[in-house]
Design a protein around this ligand. Structure first.
Ligand code: F6R
Length: 253
């Protein structure tokens, strides 16, 4: 695992964006796994500017998002599809046929999950998977306990996650859907490379649990330590609970 600690949030998001931009420069038809959430807004801002200045291009890539709320259609302003359009896709001209977000409004959710897994396999698998981390230790929406061989499926969201995401629903945790479709931990571990980004002191405790505690389904993010090609990018605040031993291994970004 490569650990990069940056002095501030701006540099953490810029470092993650630079890795994605470089991946697309090296292989314009890369298959990317994308994430949503507040942490990623800065990453997508950097990427939009990189496309505008012609440093990289999304025109040939294929993407698969990690998750979507059950019951929300693509046009719902709270949906992750809407988030992706607003923060990235509307600004970087991807081929719409190659952009994938699970459909939370599907009539048959199990069929939607199976089709999503098949679409990832048909695309040749995900080369680079971008990940955030939730307060429960989730990656995607893999709430504890999530076995490490889980695939795309419907999950119940923890109350803590609904609290975490309430700010995107007018501050009302009850307005946050109670279920979501998420790639499984196994789906995520199949990606060629993992890039986990966390910023802010609010993530410090769970980052220490994920990187230094037991590798366990109780902390889904700990599964990344089983992967052969992982980069973790943290700002100083998110790294603030790590032991001196872990910190000593970090590259200063
Ligand atoms: C979102 C996702 C989640 C978030 C995590 C952190 O697609 O997969 O795992 O990355 O909940 O969210 P923020 O960045 O809002 O703290």
């Amino acid at each position: 695992m490569k650990l990069i600690v940056t002095p501030d949030t701006l540099q953490a998001t810029a470092t993650a964006a630079a890795i994605i931009a470089e991946t697309l420069r090296a292989e314009p038809a890369s298959v990317l796994g994308l994430a949503t959430g507040r942490t990623m807004e800065g990453v997508y801002g950097h990427l939009v500017r990189a496309v505008q200045s012609r440093e990289t291009s999304f025109s040939e890539m294929t993407s698969f998002n990690l998750d979507e709320y059950v019951g929300l259609s693509a046009s719902d302003p709270h949906s992750y599809r809407h988030y992706m359009q607003e923060h990235l896709f509307d600004h970087v001209s991807p081929d719409p046929a190659r952009v994938h977000v699970p459909c939370g409004a599907a009539a048959d959710l199990d069929a939607e999950c199976a089709a999503y897994e098949k679409a990832i396999a048909d695309a040749g698998g995900i080369a680079l998977q971008l990940l955030g981390i939730g307060n429960t230790g989730h990656i995607g929406f893999n709430e504890p306990p999530s076995l490490f061989d889980t695939r795309t499926r419907v999950v119940e969201l923890d109350d803590e996650t609904r609290e975490q995401n309430a700010s995107m629903f007018g501050g009302d945790a009850d307005a946050v859907p109670s279920r979501a479709i998420t790639m499984g931990v196994g789906t995520i571990l199949d990606a060629g490379r993992l890039l986990l980004l966390a910023t802010g002191r609010v993530k410090a405790r769970i980052i220490a649990d994920a990187l230094e505690g037991p590798v366990s389904p109780q902390v889904s993010a700990s599964a990344i330590r089983l992967h052969h090609d992982v980069t973790v990018i943290l700002d100083e605040d998110a790294a603030s609970n790590l032991s001196p031993e872990t910190r000593a291994r970090a590259v200063i970004g």
